[in-house]
Design a protein around this ligand. Structure first.
Ligand SMILES: [Zn+2]
Ligand SMILES: [Zn+2]
Length: 203
């Protein structure tokens, strides 16, 4: 064994808040960023998400920074400074995220170079509160709407509106391969996601 000292890298990260969509397929759940296409925005379990230019499909066209996120650009992994009091994105699951590497500070949040989820905390019901500001529900009070077979985005709903959500999902399901939708307790579904991503749940 070498007597040489090893160089240790101390990792520090910043804790912020964000929203993920969850795609459910036969191979299990996948977290996705809300503002990108499904193909670009997938978060891999136990792997840091890395920002890249062109990550946001926005107009004006994406930047080409030397290192992402750039100072004066839109690229980077977005997160909010404060825990949300209302929903920022429909269909989302809210939680805490670690940001590290280059992190650019803005008024309401940050753009980070690397990110990984730290905890999952809330879902929401689109029928509670107003349409533009649905109320956040702690995950132990939320229900999840998911396809029983095949693939689809998870939806969140309160127990009072679960039947309504189920009916709507069934009606809106498209041919030629309609799925059969089910409602499950939020915590049960989130536990499986948390286990896969090795992330905690806070309720
Ligand atoms: Zn860029
Ligand atoms: Zn509701």
């Amino acid at each position: 064994m070498s007597e040489d000292l090893e160089t240790l890298t101390k990792l520090e990260y910043l804790t912020a808040w964000r929203t993920w969509r969850v795609w459910m397929s036969e191979s299990g759940p996948t977290l996705h960023s809300v503002s990108t296409s499904a193909a670009l925005g997938a978060w891999t379990p136990c792997e840091a998400m890395e920002a890249r230019c062109g990550y946001l499909e926005m107009n004006p066209p994406a930047c080409a920074c030397e290192s992402c996120p750039g100072d004066d650009t839109l690229c980077g992994i977005y997160a909010y400074r404060e825990a949300p009091s209302t929903v920022h994105h429909e269909m989302g699951m809210v939680g805490q995220v670690a940001l590290w590497g280059t992190v650019i500070e803005h008024d309401i949040g940050f753009r980070g170079q690397y990110a990984y989820p730290l905890s999952f905390t809330h879902g929401h019901c689109p029928w509670c509160g107003s349409a533009s500001k649905p109320k956040l529900l702690p995950l132990d009070k939320a229900m999840v709407l998911l396809p029983e077979t095949g693939e689809g985005w998870l939806g969140w709903v309160c127990s009072k509106h679960a039947d309504k959500a189920l009916k709507q999902a069934t009606v809106m399901d498209t041919l030629p391969e309609p799925k059969s939708w089910v409602v499950k307790p939020g915590l049960e579904v989130v536990k499986a996601i948390a286990e896969l991503y090795q992330v905690g749940i806070q309720t």
